[in-house]
Design a protein around this ligand. Structure first.
Ligand SMILES: Nc1ncnc2c1ncn2[C@@H]1O[C@H](COP(=O)(O)OP(=O)(O)OP(=O)(O)O)[C@@H](O)[C@H]1O
Ligand SMILES: [Mg+2]
Length: 247
């Protein structure tokens, strides 16, 4: 069995008090695996990632990292404990150079900063070549790789990526998703939100389907390829009854 790194149990959370977006949502993320979250627009996928990242108050439920409770812990402290988050939008500083972006991401790295920078530049040669250019001049795919590099600068055990392939060409999208798989193969736990469902199902290990802020279904990713239930959930033809929050 793969080692569980993150577990969320019965999470209820939202942006405004008494107006929950997520209702009793649960999931597990294991080391060495890509755990995928899919679901229609507005399902609560980004909200779930933000709640795990400590950016939203969790009114019910528990989140644990390596079996230790992290519910309600500040985002900077979660970073120190090994959680990194690549947001869906605005995930780099376009007006700064690539190097300045990386330096910002490395500011908590202390004595390891130099070696981590060297490792990142070796891992992302296209970024290394353009270190002095403004990040806004990068292609869409390169910008996503910069955002991923910034997350990796914190040496995370868990990296959460919110729709990293959105808006990219098919080739760049494929590269970004293959890279996410590679991060898991190196032993990290990867939590991936994707609208590119088929492609993501092919490389993920396990998939959670959210709709209307609730767990609808979860299964090994390959089992959902070609499964009609997934399409029905997307089209709103099939939903759990509002009372029956999945565990
Ligand atoms: N900052 C916010 N303040 C209030 N409500 C919000 C905020 N962001 C999102 N919501 C609401 O929360 C619900 C879930 O949104 P969320 O962004 O989590 O969906 P999503 O599954 O990530 O969708 P998408 O596929 O479009 O990215 C939606 O009803 C949305 O309107
Ligand atoms: Mg989203």
């Amino acid at each position: 069995m793969a080692e569980t790194v993150l577990e969320a149990r019965g999470i209820t959370a939202g942006y405004v008090p008494d107006l929950p977006i997520l209702r009793s949502v649960s999931l597990k993320v294991a080391a060495g695996q890509v755990t995928l979250i899919v679901g229609p627009n507005g399902a609560g996928k980004s909200t779930l990632i933000k709640a795990i990242a400590g950016l939203l108050p969790v009114s019910e439920g528990r989140i644990t990292l390596d079996s230790r409770e992290i519910t309600g812990i500040r985002p900077d402290q979660l970073t120190a404990r090994g959680i990194a988050y690549v947001p869906q939008t605005d995930n780099i500083f376009r007006g700064l150079t690539i190097r300045q972006n990386l330096d910002l991401a490395l500011r908590g790295a202390g004595a390891e900063g130099t070696s981590r920078l060297e490792a990142l530049l070796a891992q992302f040669p296209a970024l290394a070549e353009k270190q002095r250019d403004r990040a806004g001049t990068l292609s869409g795919g390169q910008r996503q790789f910069l955002a991923v590099a910034m997350a990796l600068a914190t040496a995370p055990r868990l990296i959460m990526m919110d729709e990293p392939s959105a808006g990219l060409s098919p080739k760049a999208a494929e590269e970004v998703l293959i890279h996410a798989r590679g991060l898991a193969d190196e032993g990290r736990a990867v939590l991936l939100v994707e609208q590119n469902v088929k492609q993501a199902l092919r490389l993920a290990d396990h998939c959670y389907v959210l709709a209307e802020g609730r767990n609808q279904l979860d299964a090994p990713a390959r089992d959902l390829l070609g499964d009609t239930v997934l399409g029905e959930i997307y089209l709103g033809k099939r939903r759990l009854a509002p009372e029956s929050g999945a565990a």
